[in-house]
Design a protein. Structure first.
Length: 253
């Protein structure tokens, strides 16, 4: 669990959940944005610190020799069915590299069918689904991500969970549906209340959604997108793969 030294309240919140679910965890001291001096394109210092914190987690996994690692950010809310899944990796299908356990409550595409596991179903992730508040990563994938993100210029969730990115397009990424964790702020939004803990990462505008187009402009953009995919066989194959678009729900207790 990634946690800033100056955020003991978040650590306490996560520890309370872990105790209720009877799961053990190790705290990983997050990289503080206040210590960041470098620049990486249009990324904010918060995004850079977040990326470096996750890279630190991947490094720990590679050095440990363990086959899998579950990584959580300290503002995550866990659904009870996740507990037994954190005690073993036997349920993860052979060939899977990354398991995204959270929902960012944004529209994404997944495979129409999946593999049931306790409390959820694993579907292949086909398009971008942001957020790194909760995921499972294999040691092989962690080593590969470390190599491919040495010169990163995008936020960590894009590098991990956007199948169009070179850093992860070769990985087999599955999404839990329903998701078994979510950032606290999303639950607060539903209740129209302020989250208990404010978001600590100022987001850049690198990945603002494109403006909504109509008529000829819309068809022109689609034509350009398809031509681009023809030049990238994997992207074209992904676009032709049967899919299901949805906002991944969170399994609330």
């Amino acid at each position: 669990m990634i946690n800033l030294d100056r955020s003991p309240d978040r650590l306490a919140m996560f520890r309370e959940q872990a105790e209720k679910l009877d799961i053990a965890f190790e705290r990983l001291a997050a990289i503080d944005a206040a210590t960041i001096r470098e620049q990486r394109g249009r990324m904010t210092v918060g995004e850079i610190a977040c990326f470096e914190s996750h890279r630190l987690a991947w490094t720990r996994l590679v050095e440990s020799g363990e086959p899998w690692l579950a990584v959580f950010e300290d503002d995550v809310i866990l659904a009870p069915p996740i507990a037994p899944l954190l005690r073993s990796h036997d349920w993860i299908p052979t060939g899977v590299d990354l398991v995204k356990a959270e929902t960012f409550e944004a529209s994404t595409k997944v495979s129409p069918t999946g593999i049931p596991v306790e409390g959820t179903v694993l579907h292949r992730l086909l398009t971008t689904h942001c957020g790194t508040a909760g995921y499972m990563v294999s040691r092989k994938a962690a080593a590969d991500l470390l190599m491919r993100t040495e010169q990163y210029m995008r936020p960590v969730d894009i590098a991990m969970f956007d199948p169009e990115q070179d850093s992860c397009r070769h990985l087999n990424i599955v999404q839990m549906i329903p998701a078994l964790c979510i950032q606290e702020r999303f639950l607060a939004d539903r209740k129209q209340s302020l989250p208990q803990h404010a978001d600590l990462i100022a987001r850049s505008e690198v990945f603002d959604p494109p403006p909504r187009l109509h008529g000829a402009a819309k068809y022109g953009r689609e034509a350009k997108r398809i031509l681009g995919q023809i030049g990238r066989p994997r992207s074209l194959l992904r676009s032709l793969t049967p899919s299901r678009r949805l906002v991944v729900p969170f399994l609330e207790s």
